[in-house]
Design a protein around this ligand. Structure first.
Ligand code: NAP
Length: 271
């Protein structure tokens, strides 16, 4: 699938509000049918109503992405009702907005961030990948964050979860390539949402990135324009994605924009 995406099917998690809602609306505007996942039915129903204005099919799927069996059931139901899934956006996520240092934090709160951001994304990948592999096509976007690569002690759970997500995509990208399936990590920049508005790191912030940038990037993924960048971490606030994709088509060095150990020299045995 490249080019026109109308009539194709996207699954967006966390679609009831925030960036997920922007993504669902943008994909619907581009003509994609949308399956909307999230915990709260009211938000999903509202997003579905707005998406339906673009004449696409919608389905609301209340689900907690931390629950593998429930995610599996929802994916099966979506495939039964709407057909094969072309694009998945793992957007559902949480941050502990006033996270304590790891030596003080409530361990269950810390783990809940991992369960949602990492396990939730894994659960959706696990549920959709067999059919994508069988179809020989499919694309997955993990919504990531700068905190994955820039250490911030205020967000140890969030940063760990997003770094692990980078590792997951990196692990999957190579083996999925021969099956025609691509996977990307895309950072949206700082977008004003319920999550960012409450984070202590953002309390003084008065400049925000428009969600249109991440919407445009995910549509470019859906159109296949970024396939040469599968497995790489992209940041919509700073990257020229078309230029990066052109460079990748000409041959991007192995490991660029992936999570790697920095060796202390060429003779480092771990290099
Ligand atoms: N905002 C930013 O500046 C920013 C920057 C970098 C990365 N991100 C990433 O962007 C993504 C979206 O963030 P946001 O800012 O839009 O946050 P948000 O406004 O707080 O929305 C979070 C979404 O995730 C859903 N969600 C949370 N836990 C879930 C669970 N267990 N099961 C199903 N859905 C769940 C929520 O659904 P319910 O409403 O149903 O609970 C909600 O729709 C996250 O992955 C975040 O890490 C955001």
């Amino acid at each position: 699938m490249t080019g026109d995406v109308s009539g194709r099917l996207a699954v967006v998690s966390g679609a009831g509000r925030g960036i997920g809602r922007h993504l669902a609306l943008g994909l619907a505007r581009a003509g994609m049918d949308v399956a909307l996942l999230g915990r709260r039915p009211a938000g999903l129903a509202d997003t579905a109503r707005e998406c339906a204005r673009f004449g696409v099919r919608t389905r609301t799927c209340p689900v907690d992405v931390r629950q593998p069996a429930a995610v599996r059931a929802v994916v099966d139901e979506v495939a039964d009702r709407l057909g094969g899934i072309d694009l998945v956006v793992n957007n559902a996520g949480i941050a502990d907005h006033d996270e304590k240092p790891p030596w003080e934090v409530d361990p269950d709160r810390w783990w809940d961030v991992l369960e949602t951001n990492l396990r939730g994304s894994f659960n959706l990948c696990r549920a959709v990948l067999p059919a994508m592999i069988e179809a020989g096509a499919g694309r997955i976007v993990n919504i990531n964050s700068n905190v994955a690569t820039k250490r911030d002690i205020r967000y140890s759970a969030y940063g760990t979860s997003k770094a692990a997500l980078l590792a997951l995509s990196d692990t999957l990208a190579g083996p999925l390539r021969p099956h025609g399936v691509s996977i990307f990590d895309i950072s949206p920049g700082m977008v004003l949402t319920d999550m960012s508005a409450r984070m202590t790191a953002c309390l003084e912030r008065n400049q925000w990135v428009s969600a249109d940038l991440v919407v445009g990037a995910v549509i470019a993924v859906a159109r296949g324009e970024l396939d040469p960048l599968s497995g790489r971490y992209l940041h919509v606030g700073v990257d020229d994605l078309a230029e990066l994709a052109a460079r990748a088509r000409a041959g991007l060095p192995d490991g660029i924009r992936t999570l790697r150990l920095v060796p202390h020299g060429v003779d480092d045995p771990l290099a």
